[in-house]
Design a protein around this ligand. Structure first.
Ligand code: UDP
Length: 320
């Protein structure tokens, strides 16, 4: 298939673009490099640097079989402080993308949604029909897009899939996570192991969980990419499929730190800090629908596998 990958120079987008190229697809990456890196575009993909709502139309006029849409702002804290960035970059620009797809008859869309659409869960594991009550503008912007996509599938026959990621981790060879502002647990802990940060702050050890720290469902970015390939194959005209992607089990913050100690051999000093605003105690996916309907089975579910791949990626990037 000829596929447009928006945000293909970012973490999840670049790993997916690499998998798509490896699977033999013709890939065009569109990215404005606001947070991505030009050298993260895989060999074999064509790279177009440009702003989504301006560049998507002229590109799609060439004729594409589908779009994988990763381009987005994705920092929860920033979304609270500067919501306009999220309504504009995420919602308005995705609306323009959908309009360009409609104009040029692009038949398929796979959208990068998030567990943040659910907010504080009533039940875990979280199924796709759980109430959607996002607690920040980031989650709200992704939910608005999911709603928009459903309406385009119904009205215009778009074959659409939204994949709601839980905590993405790991790396795919030289494609991995490198944010200018790092807020995610595993990369932060690995910065301590690498010596570029002194210690890790554990955001609360008095949660109602077995060891008092928060539980999250970590999913390897390669397993995520497998789901995108399946979604492309299984997308049906006029239907918007929505799937949670997680490994179905939770690891605590302390378990993550311990796995990083094992993998890196570094003591990794940790200190307890106050809870972070907006953190739910437990987030675990029910991914049964993705297994049943897409035939998806995550296989890199051991924490050591995810941390090990992220660690190799981080080490390759350290100055020698
Ligand atoms: N966390 C932490 N210290 C950090 C970063 C994160 O204790 O420096 C915790 C955070 O409170 C949450 C878990 O690690 O319970 C995962 O956080 P992350 O930001 O990686 O992902 P989120 O679950 O917020 O999407």
């Amino acid at each position: 298939m000829k596929l447009l990958v928006t945000g293909g120079a970012g973490y999840v987008g670049s790993v997916n673009a690499a998998h798509l190229v490896e699977a033999g697809h013709e890939v065009v990456v569109l990215d404005d490099l606001s947070t991505g890196h030009a050298d993260a575009v895989p060999e074999g993909a064509r790279f177009v640097e440009g702003e989504l709502s301006e560049a998507a139309g002229p590109l799609l006029a060439e004729g594409f079989d589908g779009v994988l849409h990763f381009a987005a702002r994705s920092l929860v804290g920033e979304s609270v402080e500067k919501p306009e960035l999220y309504w504009d970059n995420n919602v308005v620009r995705t609306f323009r993308l959908l309009e360009a797809m409609r104009e040029h008859g692009t038949p398929r869309l796979v959208f990068s949604s998030t567990a943040a659409v659910y907010g504080e869960p009533e039940q875990v594991p979280i199924p796709e029909d759980a109430p959607t009550r996002p607690t920040n503008p980031y989650g709200a912007s992704k939910l608005a897009i999911d709603t928009m996509i459903t309406s385009y599938a119904t009205a215009y026959g778009l074959a659409a899939v939204s994949l709601r990621y839980f905590n993405v981790a790991g790396a795919h060879g030289r494609f991995g996570e490198r944010h200018a502002v790092e807020t995610h647990l595993i990369p932060i802990v690995l910065q301590v192991a690498a010596g570029t940060r002194e210690s890790v702050a554990i955001y609360g050890d008095d949660w109602d969980t077995p060891d008092g720290t928060c539980l999250r469902d970590y999913i390897h970015v390669d397993d995520l990419a497998d789901a995108h390939l399946l979604a492309l194959q299984k997308a049906e005209p006029g239907r918007h499929g929505i799937y949670n992607l997680g490994s179905g089990r939770g690891f605590s913050v302390l378990e993550v730190v311990e796995a990083c100690r094992t993998v890196t051999g570094h003591p990794i000093p940790a200190r307890v800090a106050p809870r972070r605003a907006g953190d739910p105690a437990v987030l675990i996916a029910s991914s049964g629908r993705a297994t049943t309907e897409l035939g998806w089975n995550p296989t890199r579910t051991a924490l050591e596998t995810m941390v090990g791949d992220a660690w190799r990626f981080a080490q390759d990037r350290l100055p020698v």
